[in-house]
Write a protein that binds this ligand. Structure first.
Ligand SMILES: Cc1cc2nc3c(=O)[nH]c(=O)nc-3n(C[C@H](O)[C@H](O)[C@H](O)COP(=O)(O)OP(=O)(O)OC[C@H]3O[C@@H](n4cnc5c(N)ncnc54)[C@H](O)[C@@H]3O)c2cc1C
Length: 261
């Protein structure tokens, strides 16, 4: 297996300059995440994306309930806090989409971590941007495609990014395979497939998110607090059902909750 090396630049001919020398290819999948430079190098100047900020820390500690993950809604505007149990401690973090105003995410996370006996300020924290879906868009050039967070696939409601990134990676590899077999439309079809299969779902997620984050108390009452709704979210995250299966009910409940608030 080739040693992983940092990509330093990209030439028009799809020659990638790495720390360990140049690499040439006929096609390229840019999957260098939210912070990677590849999309810009390929000419995608203004991708549609909803940026969120996340701050995360790993606390090495004894954990109380290894089978329980915690999500907290309400302490942070336009986002949530999480505490995921791991084998050797907790992953505690906070994420918020733009539009929540000036919030001190570190201070909020510090208060939250105390609930689990963790002193947030004493452990290494890492800040990350998250590129959430904010509309369908072109994800291909003549010889390259964007995949994963570089393609802004993250769910704007849950901030789930791993599954959609893997999905887009798979679709990208299929498109490149077809292109290598001579199909001239394979890369443009990748953009279409992403819009049809992921974007269609994300349109619903974005609509629900808009209402859900507007008044988290209502979201909590009609969503999080209802066992059936929580179960549905689990089914969505595991791919058993899609947003389109629950969107009308969710949007109706949220709208009624907003009106009655
Ligand atoms: C704090 C935090 C918590 C999260 N929690 C969850 C979660 O619980 N569940 C979930 O589904 N999603 C979660 N996400 C989102 C999820 O992690 C991402 O959406 C997903 O990892 C994106 O995958 P990716 O492969 O596109 O990018 P990445 O996982 O970011 O991988 C990109 C890779 O490209 C490399 N790279 C960048 N530039 C270069 C270069 N110039 N040369 C070579 N390599 C380069 C990077 O080093 C990195 O390894 C979380 C995100 C954050 C920030």
């Amino acid at each position: 297996m080739k040693r992983r090396s940092r990509v330093l630049s990209l030439k028009r001919s799809l020659q990638v300059q790495t720390e360990n020398g140049p690499v040439m290819g006929r096609y390229l999948i840019a999957a260098d995440g939210a912070k990677g430079p590849m999309a810009k190098w390929l000419g995608f100047q203004d991708r549609k994306r909803r940026i969120a900020g996340a701050l995360e820390a790993e606390a090495l500690t004894e954990i109380d309930r290894p089978d329980t993950l915690h999500l907290e809604l309400g302490l942070v505007k336009n986002g949530y806090l999480w505490n995921f149990p791991k084998a050797d401690g907790y992953s505690i973090g906070i994420g918020a989409f733009q539009g929540g105003g000036n919030q001190n995410l570190r201070a909020i996370a510090t208060e939250y971590a105390k609930l689990f006996g963790v002193e947030f300020s004493s452990i290494r924290q890492q800040g990350h941007p998250i590129c959430a879906w904010d509309g369908n868009q072109r994800l291909h050039t003549q010889q390259a495609v964007l995949a994963g967070e570089a393609a802004c696939v993250v769910d704007p409601l849950t901030a789930e990014g791993i599954r959609p990134s893997m999905f887009s990676g798979l679709k990208a590899s299929e498109a490149i395979n077809e292109a290598l077999s001579g199909d001239l439309n394979a890369l443009s079809r990748y953009s279409e497939v992403m819009a049809e299969e992921w974007g269609a779902e994300m349109q619903w997620a974005a609509r629900i998110a808009k209402l859900f984050y507007r008044l988290p108390k209502v979201g909590y009452r009609v969503g999080v607090h209802q066992p059936a709704a929580t179960r549905r979210v689990g089914q969505i995250l595991s791919g058993q059902i899609g947003y389109r299966d629950v969107a009308n009910t969710a949007l109706n409940r949220l709208s009624q909750g907003l009106l009655g608030n």
